[in-house]
Design a protein around this ligand. Structure first.
Ligand SMILES: [Cu+2]
Length: 173
């Protein structure tokens, strides 16, 4: 069977496009570090968030402090509640050159937690614990916003995350 040269060319181009689309979608799904908020850690009682056990002997309340708590090495932890219409605690401080695991949840409705100028961007769902680990290499200040419409005061919902220079860090080390 004779296939016209142009037809072959179109065939090749359209196959390449399809492969390109699949590659882009695959990269977006697995390569860019995007994860779904899941109930892997069990569900959180929205009326009793403070008592939620993050791990043995450490509750959400223990980590819900303005300064991140030291775990070991350069690892820190902090817990944040997103409520209508604030983040608690606020501001949050972490030391530079740290790897911080943030636990975020909500007692009321779905919120978001987005750190402007970074790729930190997550949903915060009542009943689920959002867990994200972020590296902060340089001192600075980031604005946090809620990016899920959560009610009449949604646009006022903002927070600050401060990355403090190592020699000024007064928290747990
Ligand atoms: Cu909100």
């Amino acid at each position: 069977m004779e296939i016209h040269r142009y037809e072959k060319l179109w065939f090749v181009v359209s196959m390449l496009l399809i492969i390109g689309f699949i590659a882009t979608i695959t990269y977006g799904a697995v390569g860019a570090g995007i994860q779904m908020v899941d109930d892997e850690g069990g569900t959180v009682d929205p009326d009793n968030i403070g008592d939620y056990e993050i791990r043995d002997g450490v509750t959400f309340e223990d980590l819900q402090e303005p300064q991140a708590q030291h775990v070991e090495g350069n690892e820190y932890e902090v817990a944040i509640q997103a409520i209508q219409f604030a983040f608690i605690p606020n501001p949050v401080e972490v030391p530079e050159n740290s790897e911080v695991t943030m636990y975020i949840t909500s007692p009321d409705v779905i919120h978001g937690y987005k750190l402007a100028g970074t790729n930190v961007n997550t949903m915060v769902i009542p009943g689920e614990m959002t867990e994200i680990t972020v590296e902060f290499d340089e001192p600075g200040e980031y604005g946090a916003v809620c990016n899920e419409f959560c009610g009449a005061g949604h646009e006022e919902m903002e927070g600050i995350l401060r990355v403090v220079p190592e020699d000024e860090w007064e928290g747990d080390a």
